[in-house]
Design a protein around this ligand. Structure first.
Ligand code: GDP
Ligand code: MG
Length: 299
């Protein structure tokens, strides 16, 4: 009885470096974020985030190799990028608010001519220009490509971003919720960050610290102005001797753990990360059911 069908699909965010793709994605996902991983799902599009509502799911992907080819060899990359863009349900193309379309964007536009996927244009950073300069930019782009929609936004302030998301959804096909919605609270995101820290500890301590560690992430805050995540994690070990190993001489090992984890987090999150790590002793944590539940190891 008049219930709208569920919409879902894969959307690739493209555009030149620094136009604000990561900022826009972070603004769209905010608390709804669910980061999968930076391991390629396929050789082409990798998932960078999932947006969920009652009525829709957008899986945002990153399409590598979509840049101006310098050498003939790169044409293979370009072909992979083109195929990747054919596979998605929508393309969100982000540009800066300039009437004069530069070489980089002209190249991207020429590639889009070869793709049949619906393309929506987001004219970003409108907070940096006077309102009366927006229309000429829209006009300039309107003549270059048959965009399904042209939406001026500010990824930084969030202006018009929800309108853009709603429009993206209208172009998605009817489909299932590909990924469970409960990946959406920031808990799984923290869990992934915690797992990442844990992985680095195990990697750097080798056999000395087998499985007797647990990691929690108690703080994960995003500052869109600086495109910076502040993440606080605690590594739990079972004995004082293990604490000494994890920290290392003069804190050397913990610093190394932090650096490796931070670099990977930055790659996954597409933003800078300020990571703070603590090491605490918690005897027999593996036997503490409530602790395990809090950690998400059991449910
Ligand atoms: P990407 O390379 O396309 O992922 O671009 P980023 O998201 O990393 O953004 C590049 C720079 O532009 C960063 O310094 C952002 O803070 C800034 N930026 C992004 N969106 C906006 C916006 O809407 N307004 C303003 N003023 N700056 C923005
Ligand atoms: Mg980026």
């Amino acid at each position: 009885m008049g219930e709208k069908p569920f919409k879902s699909g894969f959307v690739s965010i493209i555009g030149r470096t620094n136009v604000g793709k990561s900022t826009l994605l972070n603004q769209i996902l905010k608390e709804k974020i669910s980061i999968i991983s930076d391991k390629p799902q396929t050789t082409r599009n990798r998932i960078v985030g999932i947006y969920n509502t009652e009525a829709a799911q957008i899986i945002f992907v990153d399409t590598p190799g979509f840049h101006k080819p310098q050498f003939r060899l790169n044409e293979i990359m370009v072909e992979i990028a083109r195929k990747s863009l054919e596979e998605v349900d929508g393309i969100l193309y982000v540009v800066e608010p300039e009437e004069k379309v530069g070489a980089g964007d002209q190249y991207i536009l020429s590639q889009l001519q070869r793709v049949s996927t619906p393309v929506l244009l987001a004219i970003n950073k409108i907070d940096t220009i006077p309102k009366n300069q927006i229309l000429p930019v829209i006009e300039a782009y309107r003549h270059l490509y048959p965009f399904r929609e042209i939406v001026p936004v500010s990824a930084l302030s969030g202006e018009n971003v929800s309108t853009l998301v709603d429009l993206v959804i209208t172009y998605l096909p009817e489909g299932p919720r590909y990924y469970p919605e409960d990946l959406i609270t920031d808990q799984p995101e923290r869990f992934i960050m915690a797992e990442l820290i844990r992985e680095k500890v195990l990697k750097l301590t080798q056999e000395e610290i087998p499985y007797s560690i647990a990691v929690t992430v108690e703080k994960m805050e995003y500052d869109p102005e600086r495109n910076l995540y502040t993440i606080q994690g605690t590594i739990y070990v079972e004995k004082e001797s293990q604490k000494a190993i994890v920290i290392g001489k003069g804190g050397h090992l913990l610093k190394q753990i932090g650096t490796l984890a931070r670099e990977e987090m930055e790659a996954i999150l597409g933003s800078q990360v300020y990571l703070e790590l603590w090491v605490k002793v918690k005897k027999n944590w593996r036997k503490d059911e409530r602790f395990l539940r809090t950690m998400g190891y059991i449910s």
